[in-house]
Ligand binder design. Structure first.
Ligand code: NAG
Ligand code: NAG
Ligand code: NAG
Length: 471
């Protein structure tokens, strides 16, 4: 075991070495602060490969109970009921979908709640929608109107105090307390999406997918399943990062979904990625190789995952470094990060994807396009009948319920890329919320882990949901 961890640590080290070499940084145009992060990470890896790892079990090092809970266990620990559903996609992948059931919804309302599907981003899982509220408890729904202590669900007062019962940071609980039927989706490839009706995840073919398949099979599969169980035709949809790639991809390749997905709330919207300043950019260098590898993208991630509890321990006060490892890819806003929770976050993220999926982003960075996977000329002719892969044509989207939540400091959803996407939409977004106007340093990951997501983001999403509630 110690041996294995050390090997994984060294694999991660190679990547970080490259990242911290000045000439690489210059080639890739990475900002200075990035290379600082990489230096910290190097120090960390050096210390760890020094040989203390094999003697210790990771769980010794953190007392945050969420670290070792799965998504359903997190939901139940807050007093809600959790259901686990297996969604089988048209191409045979089995995805766990967790449903939050608020036990205080009056029975006669239970079947009336509007379903909302929440879709996590790259490397993440359904945990993103529940892990950021520690104290939250179920609220009665509908609210007892004679109870005057809280007379409205909508509270416009912005105090920026962070997670609270009124404004839980985790959107899953926020909407479950306000009369929504919350379904937390998982994409193929993460730890809740590694089963298939006839393939083992040890089979390389299992890993031959990118976000194309998540768009074509995963999202429609989950939507159809939720429709069947709830008997509702329309579903609300909230995507973060890759979750928005899936939304834009589906709405442009199958525009008829505009009548099903309502509203589409896009947090840190991603379609184009050419201008990203995240080190994901750095993977672009490997695109030609990665594009042909059918494997789990997990090696260095596993290292991070195992190292996290060690680094984030109360004994080793290295929370900053620890945070850097996580926020290395997404950007990092110190004000919004609760350092005490980092151990828990890191144990759920990165949650895994395929190497090809990462390669697909590399292709987008290089080609400046939002297109299907590039299999090379021969592969493309066989698969698409054209030399180059077809675009996801944003002008085909006819959804009138798109809400964009954007931030200038978003490393992944860079302002220039977001602007290009908006320019290509032929429908006006229903709503645009520029978080930078209230929180100048707001970044990509803050939409899910932000200390103030509950007061800044969630009330806005709730208002949008209410506007489409009875459609
Ligand atoms: C989550 O944990 C519970 C035990 O508390 C277990 O029954 C369930 O299968 C786990 N879910 C997944 C998806 O592993
Ligand atoms: C509603 O709230 C009032 C005052 O708090 C309480 O007396 C009453 O029993 C509550 N009714 C229900 C149905 O919960
Ligand atoms: C968002 O707000 C910031 C700060 O006011 C501003 O500089 C930026 O141009 C805004 N972005 C968009 C896309 O409106």
């Amino acid at each position: 075991m110690g041996m294995m961890l050390r090997t994984m640590a060294s694999i991660g080290l190679i990547g970080l070495c490259l990242l911290s070499m000045p000439e690489w940084s210059e080639t890739l145009g990475l900002p200075k602060r990035m290379t600082d992060f990489a230096d910290d990470a190097m120090t960390l890896f050096e210390e760890i490969t020094g040989g203390t790892l094999e003697d210790v079990a990771p769980h010794v090092y953190t007392s945050d109970p969420d670290t070792h809970r799965n998504v359903s266990e997190i939901i139940r620990s807050r007093g809600y009921l959790a259901e686990e559903h297996d969604v089988v996609t048209q191409d045979g992948y089995i995805l766990t979908v967790q449903r939050i059931v608020n036990p205080l919804v009056k029975p006669e309302y239970r079947n009336k709640l509007k379903p909302v599907i929440m879709q996590h981003g790259l490397f993440s899982s359904a945990a993103d929608w529940v892990i950021n509220s520690v104290q939250v408890k179920p609220e009665p729904y509908p609210k007892n109107s004679s109870d005057s202590s809280r007379d409205s669900y909508i509270d416009d007062t912005f105090d920026g105090v962070g997670d609270s019962q009124e404004h839980p940071n985790s959107l899953g609980f926020y909407l479950a307390n306000r009369g929504y039927d919350v379904w937390l989706a998982n994409s193929r490839g993460n730890i809740y999406g590694q089963r298939h009706v006839h393939m083992s995840s040890w089979n390389p073919k299992f890993w031959s997918f990118s976000f194309d398949e998540q768009i074509e099979f995963d999202l429609p599969g989950v939507i159809e399943y939720v429709q069947k169980v709830t008997g509702k035709h329309k579903v609300g949809y909230v995507g973060h990062s890759q979750g928005t790639v899936m939304g834009f991809g589906l709405l442009s390749s199958k525009p008829e979904y505009a009548d099903v997905i309502e509203p589409f709330v896009a947090l840190a919207p991603v379609a184009y990625v050419h201008h990203t300043i995240s080190p994901v950019k750095y993977f672009a260098v490997y695109t030609p190789v990665f594009s042909h590898i059918d494997m789990w993208f997990g090696t260095s991630n596993v290292a991070v995952k195992y190292l996290a509890p060690l680094v984030c321990s109360e004994k080793n006060i290295k929370k900053k470094i620890c945070a850097n490892l996580l926020f290395l890819t997404t950007g990092f806003d110190e004000d919004e990060l609760d350092e005490d929770r980092v151990a828990a976050y890191l144990n759920h993220t990165p949650s895994g994807t395929s190497v090809k999926n990462v390669a697909h982003y590399g292709q987008e960075i290089i080609s400046r396009r939002f297109a299907h996977f590039d299999h090379g000329i021969l592969g493309n002719i066989m698969k698409y009948g054209t030399h180059s892969p077809p675009d996801y044509d944003l002008s085909k989207i006819r959804s009138k319920s798109i809400a964009l939540f954007i931030a200038e400091n978003d490393w992944l959803a860079a302002p220039k890329d977001v602007a290009r996407m908006r320019a290509e939409l032929t429908v006006e977004p229903y709503y645009v919320f520029n978080v930078t106007t209230v929180k100048p340093k707001w970044n990509h990951i803050d939409f899910v882990y932000g200390k103030n997501a509950g007061t800044i983001i969630n009330p806005e999403i709730y208002k949008i949901m209410e506007a489409f509630k009875n459609d």
